[in-house]
Design a protein around this ligand. Structure first.
Ligand SMILES: *[C@@H]1O[C@H](CO)[C@@H](O)[C@H](O)[C@H]1NC(C)=O
Ligand SMILES: *[C@@H]1O[C@H](CO)[C@@H](O)[C@H](O)[C@H]1NC(C)=O
Length: 309
C-alpha cells in the first residue's frame, strides 16, 4: 500500500472515512492524466487500424491468388494456408507461383525426342530459365489418336500458366518416331520450334533395350508381341539386334528408333531446317552451358543472355 501510494497523484488517493463520491475516480482518468489517456486511445486506434489493414490485405491477396489458380489448386490453397498468410509476399505453391494475368498457351516449342537421350534432363535444364514454362508430363497429344481427337483446346488446358512473352515447352519423345506427328504439329503452328536431342545411336539403343528389359521384368503381364515366340526377357541385345544370317535387324524397335536419319527426313519434309535444332545429348552432360546457349539463340532474341558470362 505504501509503495502504491507513492505513484498515485494526490487526487487519486481516497480519503479515509466515508466515500464522498465517484467523481474522484473520473477525475483520475479523465482529467488528471490527459496525456496517459490520449496515449492509450491512440494505441487502441492504431492497433484497430493495423488489424483491419492486415485483414484487408490478406483478403485481397486471397482473392487474387484464388482467381489466378485453377480450380483444383484452390484445395491446396485452403489446405496449406489455414489462416491469412504472410503479408506482401506471394503465395508459393509446390510448383511455381501463379500470378494473375497468366493464361494457358499452346506450346511454342516442342522437345520431340529422342527417347533415352536425355529429353527429361533437357526440359528440366531449360525450365531453370525464367522465360520458360513446361507442361507437367508427357502429354502425347500428337502421337495418340485418342488424345488428338480431343482437339487443341484439350491440349491447351494441359499447358501450364504462362505470362505473355514466356515460352511454353512440351516434350513427348515418341513424337519423333510417330509418322503422323509432323503434319499434325504443322497444323497447329507452322512456325513452331522443334528441339531434338540425340546421343550416340548404339548407346541409345542399348539403353532402350535395358529399360525395356527391366520394364518387362517388373510387368505382371509381359507383352511378347514385339518379336519372336521366345520371350525378349531371355534374349540378349545381340540376339535381338542381329539376325541369324548376320545382318542387322532393323525392325527391332530400339534399332529402328536409333536410325535418326529415317525420322529426321520425315520431319524435314514438313518443317524447314531452321526450325529444328539438334542438341547433342552427350555434350549436354559434359558441358551443358554450351548446348543451352545454342538453344537460347535458337529460341529467340530474349535479351536476357541468361547463359552468358
Ligand atoms: C508459333 O510458334 C512461334 C515460334 O515459337 C511463336 O513465335 C508463335 O507465337 C506461335 N504461334 C502461336 C499461334 O502460338
Ligand atoms: C537375312 O535374313 C532376313 C530375314 O530373316 C532377310 O530379310 C535378309 O534379306 C537376309 N539377309 C541376307 C544378306 O541374306
Amino acid at each position: 500500500m505504501a509503495t502504491g501510494t507513492r505513484w498515485l497523484p494526490k487526487a487519486a488517493m481516497r480519503p479515509f472515512g466515508p466515500d464522498p463520491s465517484h467523481s474522484d475516480c473520473v477525475l483520475v482518468v479523465g482529467v488528471s492524466r490527459p496525456k496517459l489517456a490520449a496515449l492509450f486511445l491512440s494505441v487502441m486506434l492504431l492497433s484497430l487500424f493495423l488489424t483491419f489493414h492486415i485483414l484487408y490485405d490478406s483478403a485481397v491477396y486471397s482473392i487474387q491468388a484464388a482467381t489466378a489458380i485453377s480450380e483444383n489448386k484452390i484445395a491446396i490453397l485452403t489446405n496449406h494456408i489455414p489462416n491469412p498468410p504472410v503479408i506482401n509476399q506471394p503465395v508459393v505453391f509446390p510448383n511455381r507461383i501463379h500470378f494473375p494475368k497468366t493464361s494457358r498457351r499452346l506450346p511454342q516449342c516442342l522437345i520431340i525426342g529422342v527417347r533415352k537421350c536425355g529429353t527429361r534432363a533437357l526440359l528440366e535444364m531449360l525450365y531453370l530459365h525464367p522465360r520458360i514454362q513446361k507442361a507437367a508430363g508427357e502429354v502425347h497429344f500428337f502421337d495418340r489418336d485418342e488424345n488428338y481427337l480431343r482437339g487443341l483446346e484439350w491440349y491447351r488446358k494441359k499447358m501450364p500458366h504462362s505470362f505473355r512473352g514466356q515460352i511454353t515447352i512440351e516434350k513427348s519423345p515418341s513424337y519423333f518416331v510417330t509418322p503422323e506427328v509432323p503434319e499434325r504439329v504443322r497444323a497447329m503452328n507452322a512456325s513452331i520450334k522443334l528441339l531434338l536431342i540425340v546421343r550416340e545411336p548404339v548407346t541409345r539403343a542399348i539403353s532402350d533395350y535395358t529399360q525395356l528389359r527391366s520394364h518387362a521384368a517388373t510387368a505382371t503381364l509381359p507383352q511378347q508381341q514385339s518379336l519372336s515366340s521366345t520371350s525378349p526377357l531371355s534374349r540378349s541385345f545381340e540376339e535381338l539386334a542381329i539376325l541369324p544370317n548376320g545382318t542387322v535387324n532393323e525392325a527391332y524397335r530400339p534399332l529402328a528408333i536409333s536410325q535418326y536419319h529415317v525420322h529426321v527426313h520425315r520431319w524435314l519434309e514438313v518443317f524447314p531446317r531452321e526450325q529444328l535444332l539438334v542438341v547433342n545429348g552427350d555434350q549436354l552432360i559434359d558441358d551443358p552451358v554450351s548446348q543451352l546457349r545454342r538453344i537460347e539463340d535458337f529460341l529467340g532474341k530474349w535479351c536476357f543472355n541468361y547463359y552468358r558470362d
